[in-house]
Ligand binder design. Structure first.
Ligand code: PEP
Ligand code: MG
Length: 566
């Protein structure tokens, strides 16, 4: 039977095109259905410890040979394999009588559940833990390691999901592209693929089954990581079209460097989103004007107690140093809801996303904010960076005033708020009369405007920033900026979209902060359009009746090369 020509659509997460043979990743080994229950806990503990150690050594060995960008992830996964708490969890399962592989699997699942409860960035660490599980089980069962087969020729990698550890070790000369069934636009795999410059598409339905039959017949595959298209058994016409798109993308990106400017010279600062000191180091190496969002809560999550002022000062100093004299916009602790803190637990809440999160939590636990501001001020003193601080989830004038007073008293002179709650967008001019700037968090602003949980994949259509209601909220925030003469930026995911970036600019947004790998395409897109065109696009999008119409209205005005940047 000949494999049919088939075009599948997923989500493009790393732009670029690929064409070549298929390499399907081996599935994980799973629990041994025939294993006996554990009777000798001591002997079983030794086997498990040995397996985990082998996994750690294996990962560290790969880290040494991995491209530089992949090394920290491999090292972090190796560290998980050596985590004492994890081992303790497995021993607990063994003591209950579970067989070796069942004990590994159950204990790791409990860890994953804990991470998943933390949500967002932490939830995505689940893939790393599953990777440790599968490797340890493969060692115990003495079966081949799950993962990418050794590539004999440049190929397109197809998998149900790809662990960051696997993505990190890919050689971009041999891995032409990546197509996976699961994953998400903010998963580590997607981020890494973009950093390695490997075109990638996630959430491609049934791709593994199609790829297995195609591989059996030595059929090729093609993909476009920008538009999110995967083609099984492509025709010569498909291949030529993709090659042409690829050349056009390179040509469109060729001159993309320097500050963010529209074609007629209107400035839009292009900034990086970061969460850790390591992120800062990576991001600072990109052609970015600084950081527009440093999510500091990642220093606090998963800890039994808050980091001391000294510990925080050290981290902030390192982050600021990485950026030299460039700006670093620090968001103070945004905990609660999907990011609970053990040491600031305010009790169960019926609707945590509508509960005491962000600034609401620090108003109750003032000590946490005081320490953080003291550390930020000390780090600012010690470095040359242009430090700005902003508070998350601000909804009222009192909150803005409270935060601004505290930050200024601590010695921080550039003080802002995030606009993530509709109340803040509606009252932007009042709030901006108190602070120096605002940054729109489009992820939460979409969630609260549409009353749609951002963690719920099925609601993606409602959370689409092209929704006219969300665009109108952003407009209100920008009008507040104009009325007060204060600047308004965007730091949600929308800022990294080359098309939405134009609309946001037209609405009056003055800075866009995003994953650093997305900056070149956004810069190139801006340079192709005059400010007046962006304003026209914004007006059309605002007038549209649906998200689809809004996008279509903008696409009608866009420079034809923008499609090569997506
Ligand atoms: C946002 O809500 O858009 C934002 C940038 O903050 P976070 O994604 O961390 O909630
Ligand atoms: Mg937010």
């Amino acid at each position: 039977m000949t494999v049919q020509h088939r075009v599948l659509l997923g989500i493009g997460v790393s732009a670029g095109t690929a064409y070549g043979p298929i390499a399907v990743v081996s599935p994980p080994p799973g629990i041994d259905p025939d294993e006996p229950a554990t009777t000798d806990v001591e002997a079983a503990t030794e086997i498990v410890s040995d397996a985990l150690e082998q996994v750690a050594v294996m990962l560290l060995d790969r880290a040494e040979r991995a491209p530089e960008k992949g090394q920290p992830i491999l090292q972090a996964t190796a560290k998980m394999a050596r985590d004492r708490g994890l081992k303790k969890g497995i021993v607990k399962e063994l003591k209950r009588g579970s067989g070796l592989t069942r004990a590994i699997s159950d204990a790791i699942q409990k860890y994953v559940d804990m991470f998943t409860q933390l949500g967002g960035y932490m939830a995505e660490r689940a893939t790393d833990l599953y990777d440790v599980r599968d490797r340890a089980i493969a060692v115990v069962r003495n079966v081949p390691m799950p993962g990418i087969p050794e590539l004999k020729e440049p190929s397109i990698i197809v998998a149900r999901d790809l662990a960051p550890v696997e993505t990190a070790t890919l050689d971009p000369k041999l891995a032409l592209g990546i197509a996976i069934e699961e994953g998400g636009p903010t998963s580590h795999t997607a981020i890494l693929a973009a950093q390695l410059g490997i075109p990638a598409v996630v959430r491609v339905g049934n791709i593994v089954d199609y790829a297995i039959s195609a591989q059996a017949e030595a059929t090729t595959m093609a993909l476009d990581g920008g538009v999110g298209e995967v083609i099984i058994a492509p025709t010569q016409g498909d291949v030529d079209l993709l090659a042409e798109r690829s050349q056009r993308r390179e040509a469109a990106l060729a001159g993309s460097h320097g500050v963010g400017l529209t074609r007629d010279g209107h400035k839009v600062a292009l900034l990086a989103n970061i969460g850790t000191a390591d992120d800062a180091e990576r991001a600072a190496a990109y052609d970015v004007e600084g950081s527009g969002l440093f999510r500091t809560e990642f220093l606090f999550l998963g800890r039994e107690s808050a980091p001391s002022v000294e510990e925080q000062t050290k981290v902030y100093t390192k982050v600021f140093q990485e950026f030299g004299r460039r700006r670093v916009t620090v968001r103070t602790l945004d905990a609660g809801a999907d990011k609970p803190l053990k040491f600031a637990d305010l009790g169960e809440e019926e609707n945590p996303a509508l509960g005491r999160r962000g600034i609401r939590l620090t108003r109750i636990r003032e000590d946490l904010l005081d320490d953080q501001l003291a550390a930020l001020a000390a780090a600012q003193q010690a470095t040359a960076a242009d430090v700005r601080v902003m508070a998350p989830m601000v909804a009222t004038m009192e909150e803005a005033q409270w935060f601004a007073d505290k930050a200024r008293a601590a010695g921080l002179s550039s003080v802002g708020i995030m606009i993530e709650v509709p109340a803040a967008a509606i009252n932007a001019s009042t709030l901006l009369s108190i602070v120096d700037f605002a940054s729109i968090g489009t992820n939460d602003l979409a969630q609260y405007t549409m009353a749609a949980d951002r963690m719920q994949g099925e609601l993606a259509g409602l959370l689409d920033v092209w929704q006219p209601a969300i665009l109108r909220m952003i407009k209100l925030a920008c009008q507040g900026g104009t009325a007060t003469g204060k600047y308004v930026g965007v730091c949600g995911e929308a800022g990294g979209d080359p098309l939405l970036a134009l609309v946001l600019t037209g609405l009056g947004v003055q800075s866009l902060s995003m994953a650093p790998s997305k900056v070149d395409a956004v810069r190139a897109s801006l340079r192709l359009h005059d400010l007046s065109t962006c304003q026209q696009m914004a007006a059309f999008a605002l007038d549209a009746l649906t998200a689809k119409d809004a996008r279509a209205a903008v696409e009608a005005l866009v420079h034809p090369d923008v499609k090569y940047l997506m």
